[in-house]
Design a protein around this ligand. Structure first.
Ligand code: MG
Length: 159
């Protein structure tokens, strides 16, 4: 059996009047959202890059360029499904994923179980194999000033 690790990282700026999507879930209480070509789901983008990185299949910008109208405003869960199709074609299965979201507000914690339940079936694993952790940056830097959201993702895959 072959086992690979992959890591992904993404940042999106925050702006007023946009819907906020994180890890496949809309954060209804937020009047702000992420500026992006897609729906701005920064957590799914980091996860896609971790998966593609583990399989050495490039990155999300290579497969879904932000210059293409095809991906404009797209639900990032669709991008994640496409990435999973690419990995499956290579014989890869996900073992587990661990995601860290740095966002000053709103609090992500109340949404974590819904996020795990949303991502797990797309990844083809149980919810116990999908970890999502939330942190602030203690008011420091662009995250702390509420200007953006930063996400790190790590995955293991096997074939
Ligand atoms: Mg992105």
């Amino acid at each position: 059996m072959e086992i690979r690790i992959g890591q992904g990282y993404d940042v999106h700026a925050i702006a007023m009047g946009l819907p906020m999507y994180l890890a496949g879930v809309q954060i209804e209480e937020s009047a702000m959202g992420f500026v992006a070509h897609s729906d701005g789901d920064v957590a799914i983008h980091a996860l896609c890059d971790a998966l593609l990185g583990a399989a050495a299949m490039g990155d999300i910008g290579k497969h879904f360029p932000d210059t293409s109208d095809e991906w404009s405003g797209i639900d990032s869960k669709i991008l994640l499904r496409k990435v999973m199709e690419m990995l499956s074609a290579g014989g890869w299965k996900v073992i587990n994923a661990d995601i860290t979201i740095a966002l000053q507000a709103p609090k992500v914690r109340p949404y974590i179980d819904t996020m795990r339940a949303t991502l797990a079936p797309i990844l083809g694993v149980g919810t116990d194999c999908v970890s999502i952790k939330a942190t602030t940056s203690e008011q420091l830097g662009f995250v702390g000033r509420g200007e953006g959201c930063q996400v790190w993702a790590v995955v293991l895959i096997q074939r």
